[in-house]
Design a protein around this ligand. Structure first.
Ligand SMILES: Cc1cc2nc3c(=O)[nH]c(=O)nc-3n(C[C@H](O)[C@H](O)[C@H](O)COP(=O)(O)OP(=O)(O)OC[C@H]3O[C@@H](n4cnc5c(N)ncnc54)[C@H](O)[C@@H]3O)c2cc1C
Length: 462
């Protein structure tokens, strides 16, 4: 039997463990905190559970336009966070029993490499040396800290600490307008908190489609959120019952709490990687190829510790690919062009494939069409106006290569475009499939019709 040892039990690690066991490996997984990893215990599951509550509040706030007067609705953040944490623990327990059921050995401890053919696990019962034919490192990442804004877990918080709040902050300063900052700002704003978003760029979500970022910025501002653009937070300190954030230009912002969401750093220290000859990027991420191989034979890596694409879905796929490759099963290299991603703000922003930035930089020749949500019949009925559907296709063949959806539930709507990109279908094929009338997905088919038979460069119709 092939001995497989996995360090880290997040999606990169536990999905790999399942494939390793399925393919007949003798799998041991070493995890120091709990199965599901940060994805389940502190990041994806808690944040999306909180956002589920925020979505209800967004609907209630928008209900006035539909003729419903819903006043006096309040949020019990203590109960919300209790539910969040219960759900995360339950999900972790479900994953643990699934892995145990598949015969995977789970070691509660901290793992490190002992060369390329063994892992040493430090457990509450002492050290155990685990000989390995194949090793997978899937140790994830943790919040980046600003030297002068260290979290205290009470008022200066990172995203893993937000669930200890029992009452709504009076004024929440969110530092960082990337995906995590934008999601928390959106959620807390929906819960009725006065939110100040400190953004180092001219527009929120600098890494996303610029049209989408513009819509979100406008929604945030028009609904009363304060956005400090081109402002860099340098320090945060506690005052009596609040916090003061100092910006690099000397300005100060006062609030009751501050969330620092300025990116993540990989958990790649103290793992014995350099000693085992495993190459790291200057950022500390483990260098991997498209089948998750590191520079050392027999050692693979997956997920946020590789810095490929910080998504649970990508971590899981990298982990599975590692096992398929290592254990001799059929394997296709990781194809980032087909990855769909979603920002869970209100409205959501979902993307797949080629984006506007690549088209504008002429890295890819494409035609594009953008249809505002306000022109969609169902959106009008639902009182929705902020958002759009954008589709990119190859100029001559009309093959769909990317798309953006900005709408409530965009994370669900993007699937049809993800399928189109993965299956390389054309705009005509997209347009020919029936959509329900009225439906938001009707705008996706309409985009296909608008792109029929036209040649030339990018065309965007608004
Ligand atoms: C707030 C937030 C929201 C997010 N929302 C989404 C989302 O909606 N959708 C999405 O796809 N992605 C989302 N992500 C990204 C997602 O959380 C990560 O991409 C995903 O967790 C990566 O999985 P992983 O397996 O690489 O690492 P992790 O989930 O971080 O798991 C790594 C595990 O390794 C363990 N570990 C580390 N070192 C050792 C060691 N030496 N020994 C033993 N164990 C060790 C850790 O304890 C941890 O449990 C979000 C991220 C954040 C911060």
């Amino acid at each position: 039997m092939t001995d497989v040892v996995i360090i880290g039990g997040g999606p990169g690690g536990y999905e790999a463990a399942l494939v390793g066991a399925q393919l007949g490996g003798n799998v041991t997984l070493v995890e120091r905190r709990g199965l599901g990893g940060s994805a389940v215990l502190t990041d994806v599951v808690p944040s999306k559970t909180l956002i589920a509550t925020a979505e209800v509040m967004t609907s209630i706030r928008g209900a006035g336009n539909l003729g419903i007067h819903a006043s006096g609705v309040t949020v019990d953040l203590g109960r919300v966070n209790e539910r969040v944490l219960e759900l995360a623990l339950r999900q972790s327990a479900d994953i643990t029993s699934r892995l145990r059921g598949e015969g995977i050995r789970i070691l509660d401890g901290t793992g490190r490499l002992d060369g390329t053919e063994a892992v040493v696990a430090s457990t509450p019962d002492g050290e155990e040396r685990l000989p390995a034919d194949i090793i997978l490192v899937a140790t994830g990442a943790r919040p980046r800290e600003l030297p002068e804004a260290r979290p205290d877990g009470e008022r200066i918080l990172n995203w893993t600490q937000m669930y200890s709040l029992r009452t709504l902050p009076e004024r929440l300063i969110v530092v960082g307008s990337g995906v995590t900052g934008a999601e928390f700002a959106s959620a807390y704003h929906a819960l009725g908190v006065d939110v100040v978003l400190v953004s180092s760029r001219h527009q929120v979500l600098p890494g996303e489609d610029a049209d989408a970022g513009r819509v979100l910025q406008q929604v945030f501002e028009s609904s009363g959120m304060t956005i400090l653009s081109r402002a860099r937070a340098q320090a945060a300190r506690r005052t009596g019952d609040g916090v003061v954030v100092t910006l690099s230009d000397g300005r100060t912002v006062e609030g009751s709490h501050v969330l620092v969401a300025v990116g993540a750093v990989p958990n790649t220290e103290e793992l014995g990687l350099a000693e085992a000859g495993i190459a790291l990027a200057p950022s500390g991420h483990i260098t991997v190829d498209k089948v998750s191989r590191t520079s050392a034979r027999g050692v693979y890596a997956a997920g946020d510790c590789t810095g490929v694409f910080a998504l649970a879905s990508v971590a899981a796929m990298q982990g599975r690919i590692a096992m398929w490759h290592a254990l001799g099963d059929a394997v296709s290299p990781l194809d980032l062009r087909t990855v769909s991603a979603n920002v869970f703000t209100a409205p959501e922003i979902a993307t797949v494939g080629v984006g506007q930035a690549e088209v504008d930089a002429r890295l890819v020749a494409a035609r594009a069409v953008m249809l505002p949500l306000g022109s969609n019949a169902r959106a009008k009925m639902q009182g929705l106006s902020d958002g759009f559907v954008k589709v990119f296709c190859l100029p001559t063949t009309g093959i769909i290569i990317g798309g953006v959806v900005v709408a409530p539930n965009a994370g669900e709507l993007i699937h049809v475009l993800a399928l189109a990109v993965a299956s390389k279908i054309t705009v005509d094929e997209l347009a020919q499939a029936f959509t329900v009338y009225p439906s938001l997905s009707g705008s996706i088919a309409e985009a296909g019709r608008r792109l029929h038979g036209r040649d030339g460069e990018t065309q965007t119709s608004i």
